[in-house]
Unconditional design. Sequence first.
Length: 147
Amino acid sequence: MKHLILAGVLMVTAASGAIAQSWKEPARGTQVRKDMMSAIRPIVEWRLGAPVQFVVKDLRVAGDVGYGRLYAQRPGGAKIELNATPISMRMGGDYFEEWEEPYIDVMYQKSGNVWVAVEYTLSSSEAWWAAPEYCAAYGPVLTEWCH
């Protein structure tokens, strides 16, 4: 009987661990990863100017939802001069006064065969994605923040 109880506890523990780790990172070069970068690129380029290359710090997919933390740079690794970007010019030239480098937090939703950047922030100091409404929809890819 003790062995049966122990086996049950181990199965529940293993299942909860699998749920917590249910997301996967799309590998470099895969179509999913390319599609996710393509979904956010025009948004970021409108703000930072084109062309933009992303350094992926974190990219997660679970079913039809995704989360990404991306750093923006110019192709080849050149730093983006933040106060010379289109968004900074539109905001009077000091939009990025306190930021050292632009990063993007983005929530993705797959619609049919297309990944869509549904919510995003540029260099946010808040963990806005940990709010209950985001956890309800994106919990599978926000396992550290949504319990």
